[in-house]
Design a binder for this molecule. Structure first.
Ligand code: SF4
Length: 686
């Protein structure tokens, strides 16, 4: 406890080691990922707002329309009474649980255990909103929805294919300490993104694909590879199935037509296909530019195809590597904060998996998959009567957020566990003041599957409590409301997070060989089977994680992303969204840091000069952006760095809440929302 206590940065999925230096600023320590102790600006500012005047320090409940401070006992009692009544009147599935990918493995494990012991699988985390499509595609074909490789071995690649990601701003230490040094040493970087951004600055090739047209671009690249005999025949023979059918499908693909559809010059498509296929080791990185689409799962399937066709799986410097967003989005999913799978990604429909959980919990989880995050919000006030939102700001981050906010108010009881007032706490019936990342212990799992320890450097302020303490108390109290549950006296009695971790390793096969002592100041990587001392680095070397020797190729037809839009008029533009380096997600923490807020202005609408001229918009003008779902105002930033027909906004700013514009369409497989392809009109108001 105190200064110089080693912890892990709370923001992105890179997982840099950080401690509070004498100046009160974040200092990097030489941890498993940032081995030289390097940090990005967010890591340096990580301790800035811990004592901010806005911190929630007292429990509150809504009385007569107003939130009023109460004792912890009164707050817990309100939850017991309201959730108890809802379960009695409507059943356990009338409750919805929103887990936190910004909180620890232990907290998320206890949270999903609470939901499932209450009798519902309605528990999800915001992995649903960022990479659920990636996980769906990779899990179904490779048996693991995670980076196939490690940050260390990826330096061996001759070619990086960075698709729909901007690691220079979104994963800055991966970019500066792993990707850029390799590029300086000769690795070719191909950047696929509708926008030129900081990642493009070191790219050898930039293909500004139209948002939503990844499939024709990847199918076209596969066609070039087969036409020119660049496929890896031995790998196809030994490790891949469905090859003949896929060859037949690709033989019907017209490369020039694909290029035109994707908005790319055919020669550029051909050139990058050759470079990727001719590389001895080619590594693909994928981000939300690929995953957050109406057909995001299909997008990722086409990326897996090109990796399999060229033999770029199961070796150092290759693979398909999703760059995960929040600091524990990987771990929250690993430990079961998902509606269709138990800890370790075992389906809730698998009776053996449920039995294994029951052996540890004393209660078998329900067998019917629950609702996903967005589906739960759509059921608010109807199928879902009570919601528990743990460390998430769904009043800002859900698609079509005007609708979400209306739905929040239709709940019988909304419980929010938070550290700051947010767009979600404004609608709460009960607010539970919780601990920031620097006020608690626990583990987090980073983007390349490394589990590391966070440690507290201070206590929660005022009457705030640690998250784990709050969740365990609610567990103890709520399980009494369901007489069907034979709760063991010890179900939520843990002697700290290490005891929770010990339990979760019993039910999460990928973590079964891990321990706090084994992690220590370093990390342990999953999968780490019991009895082994080291986790597996490169996955799928001889067999895929599902035990299969071969993974199938999947033929994916392009589906026009405009087909379902009702406002496809010739005047509309396609809005795409993203992050900038200074801020994180809905900005609840980073926008309270004076340092980060003043680094630069980042909330303008990027628009191409041609589109700006057509609309009489000049750089800096105030514009109104409207979609079928809502309207926002923004300042314009006229720039040729974005392709014509596309505009860009970040999603960090409550004042420009971009999710007022996004829509409800969900990918049919993963249920990820369509954040990256929104039809909008842009009008000058000056
Ligand atoms: Fe934190 Fe990510 Fe920056 Fe590292 S790269 S300091 S983990 S925000």
């Amino acid at each position: 406890m105190g200064e110089n206590t080693k912890s892990i940065c709370p923001f992105c999925g890179v997982g840099c080691g950080v401690l509070r230096g004498d100046s009160g600023k974040g200092h990097g320590w030489k941890a498993s990922v940032n081995r030289r102790g390097e940090l990005c600006p967010k890591g340096v500012a990580a301790y800035d707002v811990l004592n901010h005047a806005d911190r929630l320090t007292e429990p509150q409940i809504r009385i007569g329309g107003d939130l009023v401070p109460v004792s912890w006992d009164e707050a817990f009692l309100r939850i017991e009474q309201e959730f108890g009544r809802i379960v009695d009147e409507h059943g356990s599935d009338a409750l919805g649980f929103f887990a936190s990918s910004g909180c620890t493995n232990e907290e998320n494990y206890v949270f999903q255990k609470l939901a499932r012991m209450l009798g519902t699988n309605n528990v999800d985390n915001c992995a649903r909103l960022c990479h659920s499509s990636t996980v769906a595609a990779m899990q179904s074909r490779f048996g693991a929805g995670a980076m196939t490789n490690t940050l260390d071995d990826l330096g061996d690649a001759d070619c990086f294919l960075v698709w729909g990601a901007n690691p220079a701003e979104q994963h800055p230490i991966i970019f500066s300490s792993y990707l850029a040094p390799a590029v300086n040493d000769g690795t070719t970087l191909i950047h696929i993104d509708p926008r030129e951004n900081r990642t493009t600055e070191i790219a050898d090739f930039h293909l500004p694909v139209k948002p939503g047209y990844d499939i024709p671009l990847l199918n076209g690249m596969c066609a070039v590879i087969f036409e020119e005999g660049l496929e890896d025949d031995e790998f196809l023979r030994e490790r891949v199935s469905n090859v003949s059918a896929f060859r037949k499908f690709i033989s019907g693909v017209d490369v020039d037509e694909c290029a035109e559809t994707a908005g790319i010059a055919p020669d550029d498509l051909r050139e990058v296909a050759r470079i990727y296929a001719n590389a001895t080791r080619a590594a693909a990185f994928t981000g939300m530019g690929m995953s957050q689409h109406r057909y995001g799962t299909a997008n990722v399937h086409t990326l897996l195809n090109i990796a399999l066709v060229t033999g770029n799986v199961g070796r150092c410097g290759t693979g398909v590597n999703p760059l995960r967003g929040k600091n524990n989005v990987q771990g929250a999913s690993d430990v079961g904060a998902l509606p269709d799978v138990l800890p370790g990604y075992r389906p809730v429909t698998d009776s053996d998996a449920r039995k294994a959980i029951a052996d540890v919990w004393g209660v078998e989880p329900p067998a019917i998959p629950g609702l996903t995050e967005v589906e739960m919000t759509h059921e608010f006030g109807d199928g879902i009567r009570g919601a528990f939102v743990f460390g998430e700001n769904i009043g800002a981050t859900e698609p079509n957020v005007n609708r979400t906010v209306r739905e929040l108010d239709s709940l019988d009881c909304l419980v929010v566990q938070e550290i700051f007032p947010t767009e979600t706490t404004a609608h709460a019936d009960v607010i539970l003041p919780a601990s920031s990342w620097a006020e608690k212990a626990g583990t987090v799992t980073n983007t390349d599957r490394q589990v590391q320890q966070m440690r507290p450097s201070s206590d929660p302020p005022g009457n705030a409590r640690t998250d784990l303490e709050i969740l365990c108390e609610i567990g103890r109290r709520l399980l009494d409301i369901d007489s069907d549950v034979r709760l063991s006296d010890t179900s939520f009695e843990y002697d700290g997070p290490e005891a929770v971790f010990s339990e979760l390793t019993q039910v999460t096969p990928q973590y079964s060989g891990m321990s706090y002592s084994g992690i220590g100041d370093g990390s342990q990587r999953w999968p780490l089977p019991k009895g082994e001392t080291e986790g597996v680095g490169v996955l799928h070397r001889n067999r895929f994680s599902n035990g299969e020797r071969r993974a199938p190729l999947v033929s994916v037809e392009h589906i026009d992303p405009t087909a379902e839009h009702s406002n496809n008029d010739s005047d509309s533009l396609v809005l795409t969204t993203g992050r900038v380096i200074e801020h994180f997600n809905s900005g609840v923490v980073t926008r309270r840091s004076d340092v980060l807020t003043h680094l630069r202005s980042t909330d303008a609408l990027q628009i191409h000069p041609d589109d700006a001229t057509e609309r009489g918009v000049e750089d800096g003008d105030k514009v109104v952006v409207t979609s079928n779902n809502g309207r926002i105002e923004a300042k314009s930033a006229v720039t040729p760095s974005i392709r014509p027909g596309v505009v860009f906004l970040t999603f960090h700013f409550a004042e420009r809440l971009v999710n007022r514009l996004t829509g409800d369409e969900l990918d049919p497989t993963s249920k990820i929302p369509t954040y990256k392809h929104v039809r909008v009109r842009v009008e000058n108001t000056e």
